[in-house]
Design a protein around this ligand. Structure first.
Ligand SMILES: NC(=O)c1ccc[n+]([C@@H]2O[C@H](COP(=O)([O-])OP(=O)(O)OC[C@H]3O[C@@H](n4cnc5c(N)ncnc54)[C@H](OP(=O)(O)O)[C@@H]3O)[C@@H](O)[C@H]2O)c1
Length: 269
């Protein structure tokens, strides 16, 4: 809450702001897109699947006819299409004030089963594209007089867990924001990481475990002091705060949003 009693969830917070979200047709990215549009932002969003983007665009147009949403099917690991999307999003929205690197994931399994390609692919789908996306967006943020970059990392970036290639790539994102904050600060560009804990997303891994193996889910819940997993909406609120002027004093930071989670997965150490 601010002195005037307004939180960043208020409609006025993003009026006129132009934000691009990489990886936003479902899961956390969808909640970020929904929150930003609800607060008055113009949003550009990409994902690999055109069907998912189309479904989200149709739903949002029905719910919020005045919403300005520009979408395109782009795989962020493909150098070229990602940078073109940044250029076209800036042209479509009339500039950029903020970007969110939300897409992420992992390839391969444990060390002896994971190939060199699994390691390099996992790097590219988290840290590698984040660097290219930020580099492509910087000229537009600079032209806007400054801006905010939010990188979705993970508590796996510093808590040991299976699939070391994933935690390693998330750690790289967290380090990246601390270095780039110094490099981009003179242009009034802030950059921060948000590290979600295990999110309860309808249809995804932990929600499936909750329905299909309630005993295992109950054991996993003991990793959280309040016995509840964090929701993607709660994570999106922190992303919106970091994109907003309310967080003008924050750059180079990594903010966990995890309800105090201990081990980063149900198979954690
Ligand atoms: N889920 C969790 O509990 C959790 C916990 C900690 C951190 N995180 C991090 O939070 C972020 C979002 O997680 P999530 O579970 O919400 O992800 P998700 O459901 O797998 O995907 C989120 C969005 O990103 C898009 N996407 C995925 N890969 C993409 C790519 N290569 N190019 C373009 N778009 C892509 C997806 O659409 P398409 O599939 O159609 O491309 C979807 O719209 C990730 O960085 C993840 O590592 C997640």
């Amino acid at each position: 809450m601010t002195q005037d009693g307004l939180g960043v969830g208020d409609v006025r917070a993003f009026t006129g702001r132009r934000i691009m979200v990489a990886g936003g047709s479902r899961g956390l990215g969808e909640q970020i897109v929904r929150l930003l549009l609800a607060q008055g932002a113009q949003v550009a969003v990409c994902a690999r699947g055109g069907d998912g983007l189309q479904a989200l665009s149709s739903a949002l147009r029905a719910e919020r006819p005045s919403a300005r949403l520009f979408s395109r099917a782009v795989d962020v690991v493909e150098s070229g299409p990602l940078e073109r999307f940044v250029e076209d999003a800036a042209a479509e929205l009339g500039g950029l004030d903020g970007i969110v690197a939300c897409a992420g994931g992992a390839r391969g399994r444990a060390l002896e089963q994971a190939s060199a390609q699994d390691w390099s692919a996992t790097w590219e789908m988290n840290a590698g594209y984040t660097a290219r996306l930020t580099a492509a967006a910087v000229p537009h943020l600079r032209a806007a007089g400054g801006g905010s970059v939010v990188v979705i990392a993970s508590i796996s970036g510093w808590k040991p867990g299976p699939q070391a290639q994933y935690g390693t790539a998330k750690a790289a994102q967290i380090h990246m924001v601390s270095s780039l904050a110094r490099e981009l600060g003179p242009d009034n560009i802030r950059i921060n990481a948000v590290s979600p804990g295990s999110m309860l997303i309808p249809g995804k891994r932990w929600d499936r475990m909750r329905r299909e193996d309630p005993e295992a889910f109950d054991r996993f819940r003991t990793e959280f002091p309040g016995r509840e997993l964090v929701s993607p909406q709660e994570v999106a609120e922190v992303v919106a705060f970091l994109l907003s002027d309310r967080s003008g004093g924050v750059t180079g930071a990594n903010i966990p949003v995890d309800k105090g989670q201990n081990a980063p997965t149900a198979d954690g150490y």
